[in-house]
Each structure stands twice: as C-alpha cells, then as structure tokens.
Design a protein around this ligand. Structure first.
Ligand code: CO
Length: 432
C-alpha cells in the first residue's frame, strides 16, 4: 500500500474511534503508548531524559506529547497544536423528559457552533466520561463510556406542519433540537433512566455514579466519496484531521536535536478559556518544566521560546462549488491543493509574512503544494488557537489547516490528498 492509502485508512479508523473529545484523547494516548511514550502526571516531579518520549493529559480532554531533544536545552521547540473538541450537544443534568406516549427525550445544551439542522434524523449515540464514587472525595474514579449503537435521533417536523420549511426555518436550540431516547413501559420511570443505562453499560451500581459529561455523536462511520474516492466525509474533521496529522508526524519524524511537541487542546469551539484550553498556561508550563528538568533555568526557557516555532493546525474553508462568491477574489484554496496558510490583517491568525515564509519553505522541502486563505473582506471569519496561544507564549508561528467544506456540520468534507500533503509537511517541520 502506498503512504496515502495507509494514512487515509488510519485517519478513518481514528475518526471512528474518536467520537467525542474524551475518546479523541484516549485514542491518541493508546497510540502513543504503543510507540513507547510514557505518561507524566502534572502533580509529580518530572525527571526527563534526552531522547525520552512522554505525554501529559489535562481533564482527559487535552493531551501534550513530546520527544525530548538531545541538544542544549536552550534550543527551541517545534510545536504543532490542534484541538480535540467539535461542536455538538451536551446532555444537561436531570435530562429525561417524559412526553405523550411514554416517549422519553433528553434535555441537551448546544456546545460551540454546530450547523443545527445537519443533526436531524441521524442515528445518534452518546459518549463521554463518568465519575464514580471513591474513598477520596477529591479523586472520583473516571471511566469513559460509549454506547456503540444508534441510540437516539432528533426527528424533524414533517413538512405538512410547516409548508415553508424549505424557505428558511429558524430553529430553537431548546425546542427543536432535543433527541428522543425511547419509549418506557406504562408506569416505567423516565427519571434516572440515563444514569441506569450508563451504570449498566459500565457494570457499576447507579448509586456510585456521581456525575457525567455525555455528548451526542453521529454513529455513521467516516467514508470516502467521489468518483476516485478523493473526498473524506466524516464528523469531527475539524479538528481531528489535524490531530491525526500531528500525531502521525510526531511518531514518524526523526530528529534527535530539537524537542518536538504536539499540543492538543480542548474547548477551542467555545473560546479556549478553560484549564484544558489554549488560553491556559498549560503548554507554557509544560515547556518550562521540560527545560528545567534538563538542567536549564528561566533564562534557558526564555531563550528556547525565542528559538521556537509553532504550527497552529486547524481546518480552513476550501472554496465551495456552490458559493464561489463567498471567497476572497484572489485567493481560492481548493480541496486537494495542499495545506492552507491562513492570514488575517486583524491578527485573528498568528501568521505573518515571516512565519508564512517559514511554512512555505517547509512545504517546498517536503515537495507539497500550499495555498493561502484570507477572508472575503465583507465576511467576518473565525479564529483559532494560534493567536490565543501567543498571548501566553510569544512564539513565532503560522496558522494553517486542511481546506474543508461544511465546517461545523455533523459531517464535513475534506480531501484525501490534502491529508497526506499535511502529514508530509508536518514530518518535514519536525525533521528539518
Ligand atoms: Co477548528
């Protein structure tokens, strides 16, 4: 098999396993352990060795993995960042709602900015983490839970009740978007139903469940589409495509000199303002501890930061065939055209001409095409990790990503070729 086929198969499997942020981190963690990475705990003393492979998690939803360089600790870091979360729906506490016909639906809250109507009529399920009672109230036991079959659906209203539905249909997050879980027997209890299901799934006593974080996911697997299978269709490509590319490059690159880091943050979709998000000092703290553990001091750390470079990897908008006018008039990133360098005059992206020049050189060395994204000047764009991180650490760096269609839909579309191009560029970034 050629590399593209290997990377593509691996990506599809990765996406299918990584149904919510907790499982994205778990999938990366398992893979890293197979590759000899050792787990670190933030509260322990770190005794790191040059050439050592380590990883650290935060909240089970962010993960930082690194291979320690063997040169002077003042030598800069090479960092690729991405995010583990995707827009969707979180289950609220006391979620069960009993409706006529003994139908039970779940009360949910929207997470981030999903395109709501793409979630209707899908075979949905639930996954997340459960906190179980232990003898130490400060350390409940964490278990991940995933229901591996379609369990819920958000049924759309029939067109006969709203004849103008195709002319635009405003949606209420509280009324229109609640998923149906099932029908209980006459006299059956809806209250606590979810907790009992989770307990049964985990084989624990419902009374031992203290709390849980559960999110909806679409059970439809990732697939290839297009006449030559050139498109990847999947949920969560933003940003798990880049998480997968970063992880693959860290494993496949060979460089004994510099310290290579992948920084996978949570909560990008809600502004990064959590302890596991990019606005926290967690990456800076980890970098500092790496330098200190190698015998450096604060000045060594600051010298290393000044010599570092970061690739902030988050997806971009490829030109949509039905909406070409939405793109900038002179920059048209396309699916299959290679990594997209993202630029914004108002600094929503960290890219500047200096860092774009660096990334372009890396793409050229990797023999990978590259392209540029800027917003059409009448369209406000999004933001991402890069400029948030630079408020914590004054890093040189570039914002880039794979071009995709339908960003924040329950399924998005990316390009098979772009994924390989990006992995090759990342391997070159880590290697050169
Ligand atoms: Co994103």
């Amino acid at each position: 098999m050629d590399k593209t086929a290997i990377y593509t198969d691996d990506l599809l499997e990765f996406l299918n396993r990584s149904v919510v942020n907790f499982f994205a981190v778990d999938t990366v963690r398992r893979r890293l352990e197979q590759e000899g990475f050792r787990r670190l705990e933030a509260r322990d003393h770190w005794d790191l060795q040059p050439g050592g492979r380590y990883y650290l998690t935060q909240n089970d939803t962010a993960l930082f993995a690194f291979i320690v360089g063997e040169s002077d600790p003042a030598r800069g870091f090479r960092i690729i960042s991405a995010h583990t979360d995707s827009p969707g729906f979180r289950v609220k506490p006391s979620a069960e709602m009993l409706c006529p016909g003994n139908v039970v639906k779940l009360n949910t809250e929207v997470y981030g900015g999903p395109i709501l109507y793409t979630w209707f009529n899908r075979p949905l399920s639930l996954a997340g983490r459960v906190l179980l009672r232990s003898c130490d109230p400060f350390r409940p036991v964490t278990r991940l839970v995933k229901f591996d079959r379609p369990l819920l659906t958000i049924p759309h209203l029939a067109i006969h009740f709203n004849r103008s539905v195709n002319e635009g249909n405003p949606l209420s997050k509280q009324k229109d978007m609640l998923p149906v879980l099932g029908i209980v027997d006459d006299g059956g209890k809806a209250d606590g139903m979810l907790c009992r299901m989770v307990a049964q799934q985990l084989g624990v006593d419902p009374d031992d469940i203290l709390d849980f974080d559960l999110s909806l996911f679409d059970t439809t697997p990732a697939t290839l589409e297009g006449v030559d299978r050139e498109f990847i269709s999947s949920g969560r490509l933003d940003d798990l495509g880049m998480v997968h590319a970063a992880m693959t490059a860290l494993i496949e690159s060979e460089n004994t000199e510099v310290t290579r880091i992948i920084a996978l943050f949570d909560n990008e979709e809600t502004g990064s303002g959590t302890k596991q998000g990019a606005a926290s000092p967690i990456l800076a703290d980890a970098m500092r501890r790496i330098v200190y553990s190698l015998g450096g001091d604060e000045e060594t750390y600051l010298r290393a930061v000044a010599d570092s470079f970061m690739v902030s990897a988050d997806n971009a908008h490829a030109t949509h065939p039905n909406y070409v006018e939405k793109q900038d008039p002179t920059n048209h990133p396309v699916l299959g055209g290679g990594p997209v360098i993202k630029i914004n005059a108002n600094c929503k992206y960290m890219t500047d001409a200096d860092s774009a020049a660096v990334f372009r050189s890396i793409c050229e060395r990797a023999e990978v095409p590259y392209q540029y994204f800027v917003n059409h000047s009448d369209v406000a764009g999004g933001s991402t990790l890069g400029n948030i991180l630079t408020s914590q650490i004054p890093l040189r760096g570039v914002d880039m990503g794979a071009g995709i269609w339908s960003m924040h839909s329950v399924r998005e579309t990316a390009s098979v070729d772009d994924h390989t191009f990006i992995i090759r560029a990342f391997i070159e970034f880590f290697s050169c």
